[in-house]
Design a protein around this ligand. Structure first.
Ligand SMILES: Nc1ncnc2c1ncn2[C@@H]1O[C@H](COP(=O)(O)OP(=O)(O)OP(=O)(O)O)[C@@H](O)[C@H]1O
Ligand SMILES: [Mg+2]
Length: 227
């Protein structure tokens, strides 16, 4: 059995809405472990806390209790308590997060957005752009859009750029929050093929999918959040 890439112990999160003096429950008592190449499907009704769990693992939110042991290249680190600067470094290379939305930046071309992670990893510009074009092509982004700015793209086209960017390099842990929401069938199949390839390379994944049957072949374990 390989060492787990993630060990979550008794994780809890709620939101205090101060002006209402109210507390909104998200989840508590969440524990699981995930090994390299394993895929965990997170289930639960609307509002059950699925997105909040992914955001807590990504440390967008600080949990109210519990531990998030992550096996980083430099050793084990508890993401529940890690310093922001360490979390930022892990997000550059080790932990990826894909949502339904591309955060398009003005005047950055689609292929440059995808090539950026490769450039950071030391790839030369020409090779990085070639690889970016392969990924954009794989997800079905039309060739004439590769050098264009995604701010004017359709929702589905933006999502394809978003996926090409997020999945261009294998990371240790990939968090997926309903990434298929605005995709056509061709792009959905491309996504599942790409996730399968990354899984085979040892990427651990945690995903929320509106139609989990789309990813049935990838799923190893499931976690259901009660609302
Ligand atoms: N930033 C926030 N501030 C206050 N409450 C929040 C915040 N984010 C989420 N919540 C609340 O936490 C609960 C869980 O929300 P979350 O978005 O995690 O649900 P979900 O399972 O992803 O639902 P869906 O299937 O609709 O995407 C909800 O009741 C929501 O209103
Ligand atoms: Mg959600």
């Amino acid at each position: 059995m390989p060492r787990p890439v993630l060990e979550v112990e008794d994780l809890a999160k709620h939101f205090d809405i101060h002006h209402l003096e109210q507390r909104v429950f998200a989840f508590e008592g969440v524990s699981f472990r995930l090994c390299p190449g394993q895929f965990l499907l997170v289930r639960g009704r609307n509002g059950a806390g699925k997105s909040t769990l992914l955001r807590t693992l990504y440390r967008t939110y600080v949990p109210k209790g519990g531990r998030i042991w992550f096996e980083a290249a430099e050793g084990r680190i508890d993401l529940a308590r890690a310093a922001d600067v360490d979390v930022a470094a892990l997000r550059q290379r080790d932990i990826g997060f894909v949502t339904q939305f591309l955060v398009a930046r003005p005047r950055v071309a689609a292929d440059e957005i995808v090539a950026e992670a490769l450039r950071r990893a030391g790839w030369a510009r020409a090779e990085a752009l070639d690889e970016a074009h392969r990924r954009l092509d794989e997800f079905g982004v039309k060739r004439e859009l590769w050098r264009a700015y995604p701010s004017t793209f359709s929702g589905g086209e933006q999502q394809k750029v978003n996926l090409a960017r997020a999945l261009v390099l294998p990371q240790r842990l990939l968090l997926l929050d309903e990434p298929t929401a605005s995709l056509d069938a061709g792009a959905r199949h491309a996504l599942i093929r790409r996730l399968g390839a990354l899984k085979a390379e040892g990427v651990a994944m945690i995903g929320v999918f509106h139609h989990p049957e789309d990813v049935a072949e990838l799923i190893d374990t499931e976690l259901t959040l009660a609302s």
